[in-house]
Write a new protein. Structure first.
Length: 64
């Protein structure tokens, strides 16, 4: 049986400062997963989350 595609999608949020910041605490990029409703939120999602590599709250953007 084929699964029905729902309205909610699993998305990945990635830290925007980890790519450019050379003074971060550890190597790597902070990523979070969450869900969004594709009907209500059609654009890319941006949330402030805690980055363990930068050791502060930064903007995390939705990646593909």
């Amino acid at each position: 049986m084929a699964s029905k595609k729902g309205v909610r999608l699993v998305i990945t949020l990635e830290c925007t400062e980890c790519r450019t910041n050379a003074d971060k605490r550890t190597n790597g990029v902070s990523r979070y997963t969450t869900m969004k409703n594709r009907r209500n939120t059609t654009g890319r999602l941006e949330l402030k989350k805690f980055c363990t590599h930068c050791n502060k709250h930064t903007v995390h953007k939705e990646i593909k």
